[in-house]
Write a protein that binds this ligand. Structure first.
Ligand code: TXA
Ligand code: MG
Length: 327
């Protein structure tokens, strides 16, 4: 299947219960009509995602929020006004129109208005809510280019809309705004610092009990190669040690990383994540895919400084390095 620019066709396919992959500013999503239970069932099947794992519903504008949320707190409104369209998902009590199939039976729903012109055009033409997880098989690396989606899911879905490279490259920030104090469930490009500045409160801590909360499964965002994350000053020594053991190493380098002599190591391929945290976020998933294609047995990266967008980058690297689930 070739990626398409036909947004109207995408909207028609969604209306008919089809599965349409589309670009967002974070990662590509695999969309289905959020109110069509049969389409949602096919979405879970294609992704090989457990049906208890809830989906994010994408909306064309923040004005649609009251139709999809049972209750919108003042904090939720303020965040929607400040950040939408943008890479922020708000977890709210779901309105009756949201089927249990979209939320894995949970009484809450994640809502977001994406900031990509193709996504917004698709949502406007379709008119309803579009449930869309990242357009990859469950637990694997999210797609940031249309060809990633074609390679992963091309045979099983109805259309891939082409929006080029995703500018942010990591999934949206998820905030639970149901309680008095908002709780961060997944760090992303809307940073903790920004949210605290918008609301004027400290964020609460998430309880680690609920495995349905994002990324709390054993392994997520993982390539075939195992992933090791070390302190920056240990990177060169770790690369040498792995190379000496005969591992095929994909070495992900940030601007701050020492690269002296690393090119010359046997079985080590260097991948440049770029000079800024923004570039590293944009390129991370494509580099993890490239490492697999290069036949790497291990991906080695240094731990980013965990503030601002660096917190999201550190989170995804940690998830990629986490223990593998049985599948
Ligand atoms: O940037 C993004 O958010 C992308 C693009 C396509 O919008 N979407 C995305 O979807 O990352 P997905 O399904 O791959 O990740 C959504 C995460 C899941 O880990 C899920 O557990 C969590 O959001 N989530 C969704 N609804 C939830 C709910 N009601 N309660 C707790 N977690 C929820
Ligand atoms: Mg995902």
């Amino acid at each position: 299947m070739n990626p398409s620019h036909d947004v109207e066709l995408g909207a028609q396919l969604l209306q008919r219960g089809g599965l349409v992959a589309f670009p967002t500013e974070t990662v590509y999503g695999l969309g289905a009509d959020a109110e069509n239970v049969a389409a949602l069932a096919r979405l879970f099947a294609v992704k090989r995602r457990p049906e208890t794992h809830p989906l994010i519903v994408h909306l064309a504008s923040r004005e649609a929020l009251p139709r999809w949320a049972a209750r919108v707190s003042a904090a939720a409104w303020r965040l929607a006004e400040a950040c939408w369209p943008g890479p922020l998902t708000l977890l709210v009590d779901k309105a009756p129109r949201v089927p249990d199939a979209a939320t894995g039976g949970l009484p809450s729903v994640g809502l977001r208005v994406p900031a990509h012109p193709v996504a917004l055009e698709l949502l406007r033409r379709f008119g309803g809510g579009v449930a869309a997880p990242s357009a990859n098989r469950f637990g694997r690396v999210s797609p940031t280019r249309p060809e990633h989606v074609v390679a992963d899911l091309g045979d099983d879905i109805d259309l891939v809309l082409d929006g080029g490279q995703c500018t942010i490259g990591l999934e949206s920030t998820i905030l639970d705004v149901r309680g008095d104090v908002p709780v961060l469930l997944r760090p992303g490009a809307v940073t903790v610092e920004q949210v605290q500045a918008i609301l004027g409160v400290e964020l609460g801590r998430s309880s680690r009990g609920d495995v349905r909360a994002p990324g709390m499964l054993a392994s997520h965002y993982a390539p075939d190669a195992r992933v090791e994350v070390v302190e920056s000053q240990l990177l060169a020594a770790s690369a040498r040690a792995l190379s000496a053991k005969g591992e095929r190493v994909a070495l992900l380098l940030c601007a701050a990383d020492e690269r002296e002599g690393l090119e010359a190591l046997p079985n080590v391929t260097l991948f440049d994540l770029g000079a800024t945290t923004e570039l590293a976020a944009q390129r991370l998933y494509a580099c993890l895919r490239a490492a697999d294609l290069a036949g790497a047995s291990v991906v080695l990266a240094s731990l980013p400084v965990a503030n601002g967008l660096g917190a999201a980058l550190a989170d995804r690297l940690a998830k990629a390095a986490g223990p593998r689930s049985p599948q």
